[in-house]
Ligand binder design. Structure first.
Ligand SMILES: [Zn+2]
Length: 370
């Protein structure tokens, strides 16, 4: 009888040991794939963010973020997508970071739109956490961080950080960002998508001291999809087409990052995990699925063997000039549309200034028309 109890006891211990081993293994396996992404639409509620002629940053970035969420849930159902807000409400920066940390997120994507006094400046840029290398980058961080003054007890919560004082940003010089490489990798993927697939002017991957990134303990970026202070870009970001294109670009960057992440980690353990590999969606072609999907139409207004300075030639006549290089020539275009009919609508006003202008079309950054 006693022996039986001892045996049962041993069996129970063995069972516990076995379960612990299994649990340990499954936890290890889980962590080798990218499983949770946090999408953070900037601002909200009493905090409008940047304001354009007709649109507020908080509304545009929420629409884009909700589309990113829907694409991820549809095409990568195994991925856990967590939102910091899904409606027009005020969420403090530390609360956004807490949501990401408590959900053990593997990637944090904060979505914003920019504004600047010079209305001619436009384009997309993606920030990672670090010390700013230029005044301009510092200004973006100051603007985005200054929302904390709308929070209760912000001096205490952020340990005396003054978002508007340049001195406060010195702390970012000494800070170690252990996720820098991964964050830069993802930021580059976002910018590549914006440049090659959405035809945005690429302002690059940059570094600056964003509080929301400082408080999160995982790779993360802050995407500035475009400038509300530029009327063409505002119009693009506010349009349904523009939102779909920007959101599908962010979706593809996350999908590609997950593929690389999962593949790299599966090689490490020599075991093939369930990955999102080869998930090709209609978003790879563009929002519509006919033959012309994914083509960006522009109007070519100048060509030169030397690059034209940003206050000369076409830049004097048009706000949204986009340069591309072909052979030995620098070529300059204006306007952007996703169908021939749409670009034809703006052709007459461009022709008034440049009579010999013509329509050009690009796919994946390559000119295919004419
Ligand atoms: Zn913002």
């Amino acid at each position: 009888m006693k022996l039986h109890i001892v045996f049962r006891g041993l069996l129970f211990l063995f069972f516990c040991f076995f379960m612990a081993t299994v649990a340990g293994q499954s936890k290890g396996e889980e962590s080798i794939v990218l499983k949770t992404v946090v999408i953070d639409p900037g601002h909200g509620g009493k905090d409008s963010g940047a304001v354009g002629r007709h649109n507020k940053e908080k509304d545009i970035v929420l629409d884009i973020a909700l589309k990113v969420r829907d694409y991820l849930r549809k095409y990568l159902p195994e991925l856990n997508v967590v939102m910091t807000r899904e409606d027009d409400k005020f969420v403090p920066l530390d609360e956004r970071a807490r949501i990401a940390n408590e959900n053990d997120a593997d990637l944090f994507v904060s979505i914003h739109a920019n504004s600047i006094t010079n209305p001619r400046i436009y384009g997309s840029e993606t920030f990672v956490l670090g010390l700013h290398r230029s005044e301009e980058n510092l200004e973006v961080a100051k603007k985005e961080n200054s929302v904390i003054v709308l929070e209760d007890n912000y001096e205490r919560k952020y340990e005396g950080f003054d978002p508007n004082s340049t001195e406060s940003y010195i702390i970012f010089e000494l800070m170690q960002n252990v996720y820098l490489d991964q964050s830069i990798g993802f930021a580059s993927a976002v910018q590549n998508q914006f440049r090659n697939r959405v035809g945005r002017h690429d302002r690059g991957v940059k570094q600056a001291g964003f509080l929301v990134l400082r408080e999160t303990s995982m790779p993360g970026v802050l995407v500035e999809v475009g400038f509300l202070s530029n009327r063409y870009e505002e119009r693009f970001m506010a349009s349904e087409n523009g939102k779909v294109y920007l959101a599908s670009a962010i979706f593809r960057a996350i999908r590609d990052y997950k593929e690389r992440y999962d593949a790299r980690n599966s090689n490490l353990v020599k075991q093939k995990p369930k990955t999102s590999e080869n998930v090709v969606t209609e978003l790879d072609k563009g929002p519509s699925s006919d033959d012309t999907a994914g083509i960006q139409y522009r109007i070519q207004v100048a060509s030169s063997q030397k690059p034209i300075k940003e206050d000369e030639g076409p830049y004097k006549y048009f706000d949204n000039v986009w340069e591309y290089k072909e052979g030995d020539y620098y070529k300059y275009t204006t306007g952007l549309a996703y169908s021939h009919e749409e670009i034809e609508k703006i052709l007459p006003e461009v022709r008034e200034k440049v009579p010999d202008c013509f329509i050009v079309g690009f796919r994946d950054g390559e000119r295919i028309i004419p």
